[in-house]
Every structure is written in structure tokens, then in C-alpha cells.
Design a protein around this ligand. Structure first.
Ligand code: FAD
Length: 294
């Protein structure tokens, strides 16, 4: 089974996509339609997020296993340390290996209930993603990714501290990092410069979300932790009352962001799809990231 890092270092720029596990049968149909539509465009890999509770976690394992068995895609399963003992984490990693998953995104996760609440470590669990990276490494020949935050993680005191811990996590055995949402190409590139200045050359992948609706814009503010920059507001706000023209302006903006990042040498673009494929297909088509045979 191919690894994510092999797909990212193959020479040509690529794109990848992220899904969350479906909650019910209707969700599952929507997800699988998106998977099939994107499979035809040969994404470098597809990642499946890891939820906060038991049943959603089973769905991550099941969905990732189905991707292995029923598609030609390279899957990556996310894993968090939330409310897990090390023994449970070992089990989940073992299940991933058993269904044929070789790529894991090791993230700490947020406290259940209130994501901004105090982080409480499971009495027999882990405190930081860095430890989860080491655990994955210890248990098998996995290709391991981590999360990176262009504006710094919300719990970090400042960007220097954030960079120090990001680099420590990368040096603990991560093969690559995927960035949280951001607004401007320079926001990502400055993070890449900070990591490079610390002497670390691990692959960093920007994370993008097609800005198709005012809701996706609000989601970007929420997840990135940054307000909408004035130049982005100037492009999108005139379209707030017209769904079609907002979508067009948003897709144009994300396409331009992708263009600049590719010109700056990123190996690929990772798309947060929310289990839909249309906007991502449009952007990757415009960026020429789709192989000719597709
Ligand atoms: P860590 O790297 O552990 O960092 C957490 C905080 O601790 C940071 O402020 C960091 O600077 C600090 N820190 C790190 N190491 C140390 C140390 N040794 N000493 C002191 N401080 C330290 N969440 C989910 O629940 N499921 C998912 O599937 C999921 N997927 C994600 C995918 C991506 C690409 C991204 C960007 C995020 C994802 N998240 C997911 C959210 C993520 O779990 C949260 O953002 C979480 O708060 C941080 O996770 P982390 O792995 O970056 O944590």
C-alpha cells in the first residue's frame, strides 16, 4: 500500500481530500457519492477524521476499511488521544493495521464538550500529539502526519513557542504536517519559513476549504482562529446576499490561493470537503491538478 509521503514526493503537485465518518445511512450515501466522484480525479490520498465518541470512532475505522477494500484510493485515518488509555490507542492502531491502513494523522484532539475547556489527560493516556506520533512509530511501519497551525494553536502562548512544539512533534517521527485553515497564502508561507528557520525540512501541506457560502467563511474564521482579513472581506462581502455570485467569488479566491501556493513549491493542496465533491473538483480542475487520463 502506497504511503502519503510517497504520493507527496512523486514530483508533480497533487491534491488530497478530507472526509468525516457518516452519521447515518443518508450521510453515507452522500459521502460515497463524493468519494466516487473524487476517486476519478486520482487524489494523492483521502483522510477520514476521528470523532469524539465511541460510535463515531467505530465509523472512522469502518469507513477507512471500506476505502481500502472498495476503492483505488490511498487512505489515511486520523487518531486522537481524547479519552483513550495507551492500551486503547494501541488497539485502534492495531485495527487500522488490520484493515490495511498504513497512514495515520496523529492529533491530540480537543476536550469533549467544550473544545476550549481544560485538557484532561486520560489517567493512563497521553498529553500531546508528539507522544501519539511516537506510539504510532513504535507499533508499526506507519507513515505518520500531524497538524500545524499557521496562526499558532489557540493554546500556544506565542508563535515561537508554537513553532518549537511543532518542530518537536515533526522530529518525533512525523513524515509530514497538514495545516489548519488560513486565509492568505502568506499566512501559510510564514509558518513554513518559521519551521525551515528552525532547521526542519519536513513536508508541510496547506489545508484549503472552497469558500462556497457565508457559512464556509464563518467556519474558516472558527477553525483558523483568525478574523477575515480586509482584502478577503472586500472580495466576498459584496456578494453576501447573492448565493451564486458569492460562490463564484469564493471559488476564484481559493483557486488564486492554490495557484500562489503551488508557485511557491508546495507539494500539494489538502481540501476540507465536508463530504461534498463539487467545489473541490472545480478548484482542482482549474489548478490543473487532475491527471490528463481523468
Ligand atoms: P498538540 O500538538 O499536542 O498541541 C496542543 C497544544 O499543546 C499546542 O498549543 C502545542 O503548542 C502545545 N504543546 C505541544 N507539545 C507540548 C509540550 N511538549 N509541552 C507543552 N506544550 C506543548 N480533531 C479531532 O478530534 N479529530 C480529528 O480527526 C482531527 N483532525 C485534524 C486534522 C487537521 C489537519 C488539523 C489541523 C486538526 C485536526 N483536529 C482533529 C483538531 C486537533 O485535534 C485540535 O486542533 C487540537 O487542539 C490540537 O491537536 P494537535 O495534534 O495539534 O495537538
Amino acid at each position: 500500500m502506497t504511503t502519503v509521503v510517497e504520493r507527496l514526493t512523486g514530483g508533480n503537485p497533487v491534491f488530497s481530500v478530507e472526509f468525516f465518518p457518516p452519521r447515518d445511512a443518508a450521510d453515507e450515501l452522500v459521502l460515497w457519492r463524493a468519494i466516487r466522484e473524487l476517486e476519478a480525479l486520482d487524489p494523492a490520498f483521502v483522510s477520514i477524521t476521528y470523532g469524539a465518541g465511541g460510535s463515531s470512532r467505530d465509523r472512522t475505522i469502518r469507513t477507512t476499511g471500506r476505502v481500502v477494500q472498495e476503492t483505488t484510493l490511498v487512505p489515511m485515518a486520523h487518531l486522537t488521544a481524547v479519552e483513550h488509555s495507551v492500551a486503547e490507542l494501541r488497539n485502534v492502531i492495531g485495527w487500522y493495521a488490520a484493515v490495511g491502513v498504513r497512514n495515520i494523522l496523529a492529533v491530540r484532539g480537543d476536550p469533549p464538550g467544550d473544545p476550549n475547556g481544560d485538557w484532561v489527560r486520560h489517567p493512563e493516556g497521553l498529553t500531546y500529539a508528539e507522544e501519539l506520533v511516537r506510539l504510532c512509530r513504535e507499533l508499526g511501519d506507519f507513515c505518520v502526519g500531524v497538524a500545524a497551525f499557521p496562526y499558532g494553536h489557540p493554546r500556544s502562548a506565542d508563535l515561537d513557542t508554537d513553532t518549537r512544539y511543532l518542530v518537536a512533534k515533526l522530529r518525533a517521527g512525523a513524515d509530514f504536517a497538514i495545516a489548519q485553515l488560513f486565509f492568505r497564502p502568506d499566512d501559510f508561507l510564514r509558518m513554513r519559513d518559521r519551521v525551515a528557520a528552525a532547521g526542519c525540512d519536513t513536508v508541510l501541506l496547506p489545508g484549503l476549504m472552497p469558500l462556497t457560502t457565508p457559512r464556509t467563511l464563518a467556519k474558516t474564521v472558527e477553525l483558523s482562529g483568525a478574523p477575515v482579513p480586509p482584502e478577503v472581506a472586500r472580495r466576498l462581502e459584496p456578494h453576501l446576499d447573492d448565493a451564486a455570485s458569492f460562490r463564484k467569488a469564493g471559488i476564484d479566491l481559493v483557486t488564486e490561493t492554490g495557484e500562489r501556493l503551488l508557485a511557491e513549491g508546495v507539494p500539494g493542496l489538502h481540501f476540507y470537503t465536508f463530504n461534498r465533491s463539487k467545489a473541490t473538483r472545480e478548484v482542482v480542475g482549474r489548478l490543473g491538478l487532475v491527471p490528463a487520463r481523468a
